[in-house]
Ligand binder design. Structure first.
Ligand code: AMP
Length: 192
């Protein structure tokens, strides 16, 4: 079992790279953003609650997010491991994930962070917003709020894993393949 957290600000390429990594390493990709969007499309109670936060670029409350993630893991006992994308995003989520995985004796092996500067992030998100249909990618104010929320609430999660010697950063600019190769180099070392 290998569990990875793919970390980085909105627009850093976590989703794109997770899809490629899932295929190469046969790990299950779990994106809390994708799960929330699925609930919103299906108009579930959770989706309706999440929408009010997501459309402003704020974080969905921890209790809702953590229980959604725990359910997802619990429902996939066949998984050989997980790539967590967009989770944990707060210190409380990181602690909850550790508790949950430690009980299963399959802790996080590594948090891999994609480093991209803010100007590049805004450019990428606005570009993605043209096709993705995501309202939160189309408004510069909402994008800026997501980046501010990341800096304030999510960045401390990197220190949390660093203290456990589980943090590594990778340059998140270049072609998709170049970034993918950098991630694979890190993951191959973990597996060896
Ligand atoms: P993403 O697709 O990862 O950019 O997430 C889209 C939005 O979903 C975020 O801006 C948050 O509003 C919400 N979201 C995703 N993951 C989390 C999380 N771990 N905790 C709280 N809110 C989240």
């Amino acid at each position: 079992m290998i569990n990875l957290v793919l970390f980085g600000p909105p627009g850093s390429g976590k989703g794109t790279q997770s899809v490629k990594l899932q295929e190469k390493y046969q790990l299950m990709h779990v994106s809390t953003g994708d799960l929330f969007r699925m609930h919103m499309r299906e108009n579930t109670k959770l989706g309706i609650e999440a929408k009010s936060y997501i459309e402003k670029g704020d974080l969905v409350p921890d209790a809702v997010t953590i229980s959604m993630m725990n359910n997802k893991i619990e429902n996939h006992p066949e998984a050989k491991g997980f790539i967590f994308d967009g989770f944990p995003r707060t210190a409380a989520q990181a602690e909850a994930l550790d508790d949950f995985l430690n009980k299963k004796e399959s802790p996080i092996n590594k948090m891999i962070a994609l480093e991209v500067d803010d100007l590049e992030l805004v450019k990428r998100l606005l570009y993605r917003g043209k096709d993705s249909g995501r309202a939160d990618d189309q408004d510069e104010g909402i994008i800026q709020n997501r980046i501010d929320v990341y800096n304030e609430k999510t960045l401390p999660v990197a220190s949390y894993y660093d203290e456990q010697n589980k943090y590594i950063a990778v340059k998140g600019v270049g072609t998709i393949e170049e970034i993918f190769d950098r991630l694979c180099t890190v993951i191959d070392e973990i597996i060896d």
